[in-house]
Design a protein. Structure first.
Lengths: 422, 422
């Protein structure tokens, strides 16, 4: 994989140019894209022209190539939102996050494959570690492009588990920041209380670097040794739905962190968080029935069966049911804040297992949806593998608004795992 | 003016058809639109075709004609967002609220004039009560169309004071619901923590009817006598910036409500709310610099001088300053909730005065911005006039999520004022 941080440092030091990085990406894309299918649109020529602009390398992203999930509007690339009927659509303005990447000196080389409207119907992307397995979704192309070494940075989004899950399946670092840290303006909406933009890069320090560069916030974790965090190990009420390998990976991670100096304590999942886990679907589906009203009312029969079924059922959710789910959310956020008082992060699986066999499904979001609803920062930590050699991701969940803390704890854990594997 | 509630009842009773209501609107539009300039796009033929569909009159909005502010995406009308460079743009999907109006059986007859990107640069609209005066903004056309009797219902939005202020200036009921009660998906974003969609109609019971029909929520206030509310009279720290007429109108309203049985008590504005009032601009401008990044980065010189200047300055707001403003917001919301404990609504001016002379400016939002930041429901109550005969609007502010309570209190006050004037 391409380390964004390493490339940026070498560009900053004058040892490398954005054009040379692009050449490297183009080489890997030429070798692997046909098999992986991470892109729905790609323009390396335009990227090369942009790489000639000296302002690009002077920006905090140093002219690094970036992949943009195809639910974010772009003027210079078609934006089809993973549908048949929006295919070829040309937005009149860029999404806010697209502009922010450009302002930071990122070069958007293409649009990465999304599932249909960022829900569950898969696109063409395959897992770079085994093309017979799913890359996860909905940010399939963004995760796979980084995992395959085609790009150092990519942008995705999560409404259920669409950043952390594909990051875990593809073995890359994924960062779902606190709700609204990254604007979703110009990103196709599925659920306005849940949609969260996020980032992918090779390792935790890379994704923190990219987040810092794009937001002009102090989020980098590479400039000092991360402090030993206080970690709550939460196996959750669905622990029995995690594979043996995944359970082992989480336990191993906890021991590695402990051995490196972290304080790890077990914590049960309070009932209110289980209630919130249940409430996620109500909030998501009620909002999707309105956010995707035009698509449903005009193209229902062209939607995939899962999304069509979701929206059919969602039409029947009334405002009282939705309001009750929102009240549970509010109470759960407070309870989570109380639970995490004195701790830095929760450690929990990123997904039930490694990437499942078959690209016909993108896998379940059961270990993600609660944290999306809570709005808390989540980081997928790569580095572990199952018996078949497929990546296993573990997740740290930080406190709302403490994104730097979440990234730092994730980096600590990542380093602890690397020491263990060394 | 056209009472939405009265028209809907007559359609429901079979005394009137949607087509007949459209004819009435068309007649007023023919007589007044040239002078008022409420519409940027209008399609009465398409509206008439839609009025023939029996499903329309069966919906809760009963086939009523609706005007849609031109920052909401519509597939069947151009959507220019009040700019020169987006003029003629055709979105590929409807905004969620557009679909919700259609699902409810509303007939969208046209797009109403917005100021540039819902900021301050005025469009062509004039105040129906005196065309030399501003209708207010940014929802200029939506307020003026209802005030002139051209439409019974229209949709607008508020980031500073863009629903309540034009409603006050034009002498109609305006309803800014709790933050996110009406989705902003597909509405051009200025500030994601502030943008709030809202509604205009002749009186409070009309706007409550429309809100209820569009959201399928129990928001109607016409089906029982409103209970006497507990009202906090808040003159605010900028009371000296309200005109004598406006101060008199607020005092008169308080006395009228009291005479009708309401409990009215004076309340000072706590310092934290004054701090939040100051913080509004930081939140708005920081977010606008990102939400409108594409417009600023590509069309800066085509923007009006006020918006250009705002964005120039906003580029310098750093994340720490923004985060501090967000923390003030959070504390202020809690303080406001505590302050309103045991009360139903706050009574305060909707604007500093009646609509100012000249259409070169849309007037100040100083009596609105705090409540937008607080996310609380606000209702402009029409019925009073200044010495020159121009409407004076007073505002009630409800508790967050208590939209029905805010509308009911507003209706109580409106009836009390009507009795006083009778």
């Amino acid at each position: 994989m391409l380390s964004a941080l390493d490339l940026a440092r070498r560009i900053e030091a004058g040892e490398l140019t954005p054009a040379a990085v692009l050449d490297k990406c183009a080489e890997v894309i030429a070798a692997r894209e046909e098999e992986i299918g991470a892109f729905i649109a790609l323009d390396l020529d335009a990227a090369h022209r942009r790489a000639q602009d000296p302002a690009v390398a002077a920006g905090p992203l140093r002219g690094l190539p970036v992949g943009m999930k195809d639910i974010l509007d772009t003027v210079d690339f078609p934006t089809g939102y993973g549908t048949t009927f929006h295919h070829g659509h040309r937005p009149v303005s860029d999404a806010a996050l697209v502009s922010m990447v450009r302002r930071a000196g990122g070069i958007i080389v293409g649009k990465t494959v999304t599932t249909e409207l960022a829900h569950l119907r898969p696109g063409k992307t395959r897992n770079p570690h085994n093309p017979a397995h799913t890359p996860g979704g909905s940010s399939s192309g963004s995760a796979a492009a980084v995992a395959a070494g085609m790009l150092p940075v990519s942008v995705g989004s999560q409404t259920g588990g669409s950043v952390i899950r594909p990051a875990a399946y593809c073995g890359v670092a994924g960062f779902k920041p606190s709700y609204k840290l990254l604007p979703t303006v110009g990103m196709k909406c599925f659920s306005w209380h849940l949609d969260t933009a996020g980032l992918f890069a090779a390792g935790v320090a890379d994704v923190a670097f990219a987040a810092s560069a794009i937001t002009a916030r102090d989020l980098r974790v590479d400039q000092s040794t991360p402090a030993a965090p206080k970690i709550l190990l939460m196996r959750t009420h669905i622990w029995d739905q995690a594979s043996d390998d995944m359970r082992g990976a989480v336990e191993k991670t906890a021991r590695a962190a402990e051995a490196a100096g972290a304080k790890v304590s077990d914590v049960d999942m309070p009932q209110i968080l289980q209630d919130a886990w249940d409430a996620h679907g109500t909030v998501q589906d009620y909002e999707a029935y309105r956010a995707l009203a035009w698509e449903y009312d005009n193209h229902r029969d062209e939607l995939g069966p899962l999304l069509r079924g979701l929206l059919d059922a969602a039409a029947g959710i009334d405002a009282d049911t939705y309001d009750a789910a929102r009240r549970i959310t509010k109470r759960a956020r407070q309870a989570l804040s109380d639970l995490m008082n004195g701790a830095d992060v929760i450690l929990t699986p990123s997904a039930p297992s490694a990437a499942p066999y078959s690209i016909a499904s993108t896998g379940p979001a059961i270990f993600n949806r609660l944290w999306t609803l809570m709005g808390t920062p989540c980081v997928n930590i790569p580095g572990l593998r199952d018996e078949a050699g497929l990546p296993l991701g573990v997740q740290v969940v930080g406190r709302f608004g403490q994104d730097r803390g979440a990234l730092e704890a994730a980096h600590f854990v990542e380093l602890a795992l690397a020491r263990l594997n060394a």
